[in-house]
Design a protein around this ligand. Structure first.
Ligand SMILES: *[C@@H]1O[C@H](CO)[C@@H](O)[C@H](O)[C@H]1NC(C)=O
Ligand SMILES: *[C@@H]1O[C@H](CO)[C@@H](O)[C@H](O)[C@H]1NC(C)=O
Ligand SMILES: *[C@@H]1O[C@H](CO)[C@@H](O)[C@H](O)[C@H]1NC(C)=O
Length: 460
């Protein structure tokens, strides 16, 4: 059994994540609470997904229902994941590219009549039904992207009062992984270029829409990306290893709403306050970036800056924010109606070969943790989401998503004091962390400049 369970999060997480920024964050943010300043104790558990098997060029895009997950009425505090092999060793992205993983909540009858007898319990929005309803989801950036929800907030799940009679809450995991060992065009395979997959129909046998040259419709489960002639490599068994941290629910925890915004959303803002949004939300999830004309590159910044307007169903205080982008992504900003930056999330590229630092890949996204109450979104406020990509080459199937946790309430003064009572030490480490991230971003910007001809390390 490769199942690691535990409680009393601290030690667990330190052992699991020996390297990386997350350790520091856990220590500073979790310790005061785990040390008994709150009613509850931080718990954590590490699980393995069902096994999936990949050979060179092959794709797995499976949905696993009823996965291992904390049970009961809890406040989720973090969800960290990575792909590991049968020995539990992290697998680098240039071997197994993690296109995405998604965790979604659903309700199923205690005695289901059929396999399809369930209903997804979506996040708070804002895309159309069947689109981006997950609770968690990341891709290649998963190893170096912080996911913790700061105290006194939490993602509330498992509340019996929210459960329809005779139903139970369960969790679904979708893992989309592409084995790029020995492929002819590594970036092309990760961007799901249809020609490399020799695909002309989607997973349901429907012809691709005209002009569709790459994206999720071309790299579905069991498709295969073109290999270099004569390349042979072993198939291997892999898992998504995920660590969840949570508190048992108590009245001192404030719930947050999860919103996932998409830069391809075609919703348009109403012209006056009495009018509804002129269209429904339509999130396409992916889009293409066309390379700039090399001749004009000198005056032009050669950046694809895509924007869309959005509004949340209700306002609130931003607790956490992070963008999701693919290779070539430069960062994403969420602006308020007055032009202020609500949250900025920039992509961090790897610089080496090892898992978590793969050159040419986005290995992390910076996150926003505003001081409680400092970033407010007003009811009905029209936000602008912006997603920037380098246009130094063509990209297909890129994404510009923004995951936002919003609280309707501010912590009471008692809760605030408890939070402010973080040891001075914690503040110093967070500052240090800020500097480290700033340096890392600086280095990645410099490298980006040096990489005018493209993402060469993705090609090797
Ligand atoms: C591509 O697909 C077509 C039909 O779907 C098939 O005839 C052809 O052999 C395939 N090419 C390669 C290189 O696999
Ligand atoms: C995106 O690009 C635009 C135009 O170059 C720039 O004004 C903006 O600051 C950029 N945003 C991010 C998040 O990099
Ligand atoms: C980039 O894409 C455009 C259209 O999408 C195409 O016309 C052009 O040939 C592509 N360039 C390269 C270098 O593949």
């Amino acid at each position: 059994m490769r199942l690691y369970r535990g409680s009393g999060g601290m030690t667990m997480l330190l052992l699991q994540k020996i390297v990386g920024v997350s350790v520091v964050i856990w220590v500073t943010v979790m310790e005061p609470r785990a040390a008994g300043s709150a009613n509850g104790k931080l718990k954590s558990a590490t699980f393995l997904s069902p096994k999936f098997v990949l050979g060179p060029g092959s794709v797995e895009d499976k949905y696993y229902f009823d996965i291992d997950f904390p049970r009961g009425h809890v406040a989720l505090k973090s969800f960290d994941a990575e792909v590991v092999d049968e020995d539990g060793i992290p697998v680098p992205l240039h071997q197994t590219y993690l296109h995405h993983w998604v965790v979604a909540r659903y309700h199923a009858p205690l005695h289901p009549q059929s396999e399809d007898d369930y209903e997804f319990a979506r996040n708070s929005g804002i895309c159309q039904r069947h689109s981006l309803g997950q609770y968690y989801g990341l891709g290649s950036e998963t190893r170096k992207t912080a996911t913790f929800v700061p105290d006194p907030y939490g993602i509330e799940v498992g509340n019996p009062a929210d459960l329809p009679a005779g139903q139970e809450e369960k969790w679904m995991l979708n893992v989309h992984a592409i084995d790029t060992r020995g492929v002819e065009d590594r970036l092309g395979c990760t961007e799901c270029r249809c020609d490399l997959y020799n695909v002309t129909q989607d997973a349901y046998g429907r012809p691709l829409r005209p002009g569709y040259t790459g994206g999720l419709y071309c790299c579905y489960d069991q498709t295969r990306c073109r290999l270099r002639p004569g390349f042979r490599g072993p198939r291997r068994s892999l898992y998504l290893r995920y660590t969840v941290a949570w508190f048992d629910w108590d009245a001192s925890i404030l719930p947050v709403d999860i919103y996932i915004l998409d830069v391809t959303d075609t919703w348009t803002a109403p012209r006056n306050s009495s009018e509804q949004g002129a269209e429904e939300h339509h999130c396409r999830v992916e889009y293409d970036v066309e390379s700039c004309n090399q001749a004009t590159k000198v005056d032009d910044l050669c950046i694809d800056s895509k924007r869309t307007s959005l509004a949340l169903p209700t306002g609130g205080y931003v607790v956490y924010g992070v963008a999701h982008q693919h290779s070539g992504g430069l960062g994403s900003n969420l602006y308020g109606e007055d032009g202020r930056i609500v949250c900025s999330s920039v992509s961090v590229y790897g610089t080496g070969k090892e898992a978590g630092n793969e050159a040419g890949y986005i290995v992390g996204m910076s996150t926003c943790y505003p001081q409680p109450g400092s970033v407010k979104i007003n009811d009905g406020e029209i936000l602008v989401l912006e997603s920037n990509y380098s246009k130094s080459q063509n990209h297909t199937g890129v994404m510009g998503l923004f995951y936002l946790l919003v609280a309707r309430d501010l912590p009471s003064s008692v809760q605030m004091q408890r939070n402010m009572a973080l040891p001075r030490f914690g503040g110093a480490i967070l500052t240090f962390l800020g500097v480290v991230i700033a340096i890392a971003v600086g280095i990645s910007l410099k490298r980006r400049k040096q990489r005018e001809e493209g993402y060469e390390s993705l090609m090797t």
